[in-house]
Ligand binder design. Structure first.
Ligand code: THU
Length: 138
């Protein structure tokens, strides 16, 4: 199993694992947890929240971003995502753009499962040549 060299990452991964257990995913039965280490040093967690009108559910990353922004934070130092299954649970396309809004190219993205870290990547790797806030500067 790969090991992150950042000591803050163990707490971040546990927070995402705990969040996953709160997921409301009766339609997909695919529970996801996410946790963000923000610039203030605090961790903001979220889970996926589905509903009967399938497409309007909320991803775990989006929930975690909402919690962070609600607390006045707008900078992601690192984010962990935890999902089940054999495949890596990487952020979906929409969530890559959501993370992009509050990250830099080098922001670590920790792709995890219930046992811990499986793959460490960056926002720049997952969303190269991205469009972001700088594009809209006058
Ligand atoms: N899901 C997430 O929460 N994050 C992702 O990045 C991938 C997918 C959720 C959405 C839906 O509730 C379930 O996983 C199945 O797609």
């Amino acid at each position: 199993m790969p090991k992150s060299d950042d000591p803050n990452h163990a707490a971040l991964i546990s927070a995402a694992q705990r969040a996953m257990h709160n997921a409301y995913a009766p339609y997909s039965n695919f529970q996801v947890g996410a946790a963000i280490l923000a610039e203030d040093g605090n961790i903001y967690a979220g889970c996926n929240v589905e509903n009967a009108a399938y497409p309007v559910g909320c991803c775990a990353e989006a929930s975690a971003i909402s919690a962070m922004v609600m607390s006045g934070q707008t900078s992601i130092a690192a984010i962990a995502v935890v999902g089940a299954g054999d495949e890596l649970c990487t952020p979906c396309g929409g969530c890559r753009q959501r993370i992009r809004e509050f990250s830099s190219e080098s922001t670590p993205i920790l792709v995890c499962d219930q046992n811990g870290l499986r793959h460490e990547t960056t926002l720049g790797e997952l969303l190269p040549l991205s469009f972001g806030p700088d594009n809209l500067q006058p």
